[in-house]
Design a binder for this molecule. Structure first.
Ligand code: IPD
Ligand code: CA
Ligand code: CA
Length: 269
């Protein structure tokens, strides 16, 4: 395993791993049989459960106990700038719809940024029994296994992951883009967790992934893990990944996929 020489990054990684482990256990073991929707957000299908909220509370409580000066950005409302230059970016439950239905593809995603740059990423996927992690410059791992993207296939043989947002007008255009991508690639998967999709690129289980409309908490940890596994991440050609568009792929596939997505207008609604 590549040793991480910066003690601060080691501390942040250890805290992220422990917070994600605890939240993952809470979500896995504490899921009520009659789990219901607690509230909706951007649309009636954008749901939050009591467990999303409990997991975020656990994570922010644990991290702020150990590092009271750090900032937070959490999907369920955690928001503070902090004074240490470190900010935690948290999706306490990525894949809420899967979780609600009892499907296994969901994860806890925790990233640490230093002065705005992601330096640590942890994605805990309890129903897979896997924890993905990366430190900037230190490689990506799942347990003892070093992660590496697949050798790049030609675009027409690529297995892609993607996702769809919760707002109807956006979904309609995303479906239209996907319809035009499918004949140009091997196939498309819609797993239901952006964080896991990015880790699947890192682990060589997908050749690439793209989605419009992600938030920082969906992508921060997974994008670092994909990059540290040798993948490239970005948005529209020449741009960084963002809510406008996120693309992650093995290096030889990245530019051809970006070009196709540009041609199809995957970056707009
Ligand atoms: C969602 C998942 C999904 C993606 C959506 C995200 P949530 O996050 O990552 O795969 O397609 O864009 O919003 O709401 O389950 O945390
Ligand atoms: Ca999410
Ligand atoms: Ca979430």
């Amino acid at each position: 395993m590549t040793a991480v020489s910066d003690p601060l990054l080691t501390e942040l990684l250890d805290l992220a791993l422990e917070a994600a482990r605890r939240a993952g256990a809470l979500l896995r073991d504490g899921r009520p049989d009659d789990l219901a929707v607690a509230k909706t957000k951007s649309s009636p299908i954008d749901v939050v459960t009591e467990m999303d909220i409990a997991a975020e509370k656990l994570i922010t409580g644990f991290l702020s106990e150990h590092r009271p000066q750090d900032g937070f950005l959490g999907e369920e409302g955690a928001s503070s700038p902090g004074t240490s230059g470190i900010r935690w970016v948290i999706d306490p439950l990525d894949g809420t719809v899967n979780y609600l239905y009892g499907l296994p593809t969901w994860a806890v995603s925790i990233a640490a940024e230093r002065d705005g740059e992601t330096v640590v990423g942890v994605v805990e996927a309890p129903m897979r029994g896997e924890t993905y992690r990366a430190v900037l410059g230190g490689g990506a791992y799942a347990g003892e296994r070093r992660l590496a993207v697949r050798p790049s296939p030609p675009l027409d043989q690529a297995l892609l992951g993607t996702g769809f947002g919760y707002v109807q007008s956006r979904r309609a255009h995303q479906a239209d883009v996907a319809q035009r991508v499918i004949p140009r690639v091997r196939d498309i998967r819609r797993g239901g967790s952006a964080a896991i999709d990015l880790c699947d690129v890192a682990a060589g289980r997908l050749d690439a992934y793209y989605e419009r409309g992600l938030n920082p908490w969906d992508l921060a940890a997974g994008a670092l893990i994909a990059r540290e596994a040798g993948g490239l991440t970005g948005g529209r050609p020449g741009e960084q990944e963002s809510g406008e568009l996120t693309v992650a792929a093995s290096p030889g596939l990245f530019a051809p996929l970006q070009e196709l997505l540009e041609e199809l207008g995957a970056w707009h609604d």
